[in-house]
Write a protein that binds this ligand. Structure first.
Ligand code: GDP
Ligand code: IMO
Ligand code: MG
Length: 427
């Protein structure tokens, strides 16, 4: 039995969906523990592409139990749409379970998300606009509505009334935007509640039982380490905890239950939204990577900012997540480049630093120190065996592993399930 936590080791979109889908074959349960429908996880199976936002990527295997943990925030309308979309494509959803303790994204959360971003002007976070920050803020302020409240027919109308009175004051008096109608929201959310009720169960009990039965459990992270509310590039972060420790908090199990942590990292780096990004490329190479890697957001369609692999970020991610392995994805995207670079440290105020800095503005003054590598021209998308990779690709990966301080366990050479090279078994 093994419990494996799979996290994003950069700024999100590292290919967690693809790697989860690959590893899910041997997992007996797949669990999402944080974030909401700000996530967009792409899974390509045969000639079909699936984009999952809240439902664990394991759902594509028939009858694999998939759990949405208490650490997530759930937009019921989006979740039901996603379920409907899967059903229409012949995917069974009967094994989905949702924590009663997960918080619910309400329509006012989306409105406040947009209004907050607008008021920040050039300092905006570049959120996905899905109401994530305001929903987690209400959770921390102890005024949120949870799934258990949503399905409580007697209490939900009262809770909504209280919450909406406060939010309408905020909308009217602070943001200067129209108030929201109680009856419309009540009617919509009562319908969502009726549709979702069948999936709600105490998932902490389910996961602990599975651990006791020695089952393989895969925890699918969302977002990435550098977007973590505590450990990311604050304030340009999301409002949840993508890091591995959150798998425990977000499902209700103890840290002694986790056996292994794997970090998913692209062979380069991307970021969507605002915030510092030391190795960002503004030249033709950045455009080449964006084009070859189809680097446009799964959730919002925004072009992703692209840059070189950053080993300072990777080492930091290894530390705060306790990484055992790296899954290096999208190696194929670098094919064709004459030179490839790895950032091994930052030059900061005349000194080379090798640890990721904590200060709000420190990264602005960090200049990446690069090592250069010769590229390769051969198409690697059909390679399934490490030895068959071009020598320069192997050299590059060896150095990625060395400077990150983490062995590479999985290599991605294309978006499809089988475009994967395995060096270490996770279970
Ligand atoms: P996630 O949010 O971490 O699950 O990542 P996304 O799905 O948002 O973005 C990753 C994108 O890269 C998706 O379009 C995947 O299909 C694609 N992808 C994943 N792994 C590979 C790989 O090894 N090579 C290539 N070319 N594409 C990949
Ligand atoms: P996956 O799981 C990449 C980013 C947003 C923005 C910041 C805050 O697909 O890797 P939010 O809407 O969460 O308040 O936005 O976080 N962001 C992501 N970037 N991948 C994601 O998820 C992301 N989820 C949030 O772009 O910069
Ligand atoms: Mg994504």
């Amino acid at each position: 039995m093994s419990t494996v936590v799979l996290i994003g080791a950069q700024w999100g979109d590292e290919g967690k969906g693809k790697v989860t889908d690959y590893l899910a074959e041997k997992a007996e349960i797949v669990v999402r523990y944080a974030g909401g429908n700000n996530a967009g996880h792409t899974v390509v199976v045969g000639d079909q592409t699936f984009q999952l936002h809240l439902i664990p990527s394991g759902i594509l295997y028939a009858d694999k139990p998939c759990i949405v943990g208490n650490g997530t925030v759930i937009d019921p309308e989006v979740l039901l749409d996603e379920l409907e979309g899967l059903k229409n494509r012949g995917i069974s959803i009967k094994n989905l379970r949702i924590s009663p303790k997960a918080h619910v994204i309400m329509p006012y959360h989306r409105i406040i998300d947009a209004a907050d971003e607008k008021s920040k002007g050039t300092k905006k976070i570049g959120t996905t606009g899905r109401g994530i920050g305001p929903a987690y803020s209400d959770k921390a302020s102890r005024v949120g509505i949870r799934v258990t409240d949503l399905i409580d027919e007697e209490n939900f109308p009262l809770l909504l009334k209280g919450a909406l009175e406060e939010k309408n004051r905020l909308l009217r008096d602070y943001y200067g935007i129209p108030e929201m109608d109680y009856n419309t929201i009540l009617k919509d959310y009562q319908k969502y509640a009726a549709d979702l009720k069948q999936y709600v169960e105490d998932i902490s009990v389910l996961v602990e039982e599975a651990i006791k039965e020695d089952k393989n459990i895969l925890f699918e992270g969302a977002q990435g380490t550098l977007l973590d509310l505590d450990h990311g590039t604050y304030p340009y972060v999301t409002s949840s905890h993508p890091i591995a420790a959150s798998a425990c908090l977000g499902t209700g199990i103890g840290p002694t239950r986790i056996n292994r942590v794997a970090g998913v990292a692209k062979a380069y780096v991307t970021r969507v939204g605002s915030g510092p990004f030391p190795t960002e490329l503004f030249d033709n190479t950045g455009d080449y990577i964006r084009k070859q890697g189809h680097e446009y957001g799964t959730t919002t369609g925004r072009p992703r900012r692209c840059g070189w692999f950053d080993a300072v970020v990777a080492r930091y991610s290894a530390r705060v997540n306790g990484l055992d392995y790296l899954a290096v994805t999208k190696l194929d995207v670098l094919t064709g480049l004459d030179t490839i670079k790895i950032c091994t440290g930052y030059k900061y105020r005349g000194e080379v630093i090798s640890e990721f800095p904590c200060g709000r503005d420190a990264l602005k003054d960090c200049e990446p120190c690069y090592e250069e590598f010769s590229g390769w021209k051969d198409d690697i998308s059909l390679v399934r065996n490490y030895q068959e990779l071009p020598d320069n690709a192997k050299k590059y990966l060896e150095r990625v592993s060395e400077v990150s301080g983490v062995p590479v366990g999985i290599i991605g050479v294309g978006p499809k399930r089988d475009q994967t090279i395995i060096l270490k078994e996770m279970y």
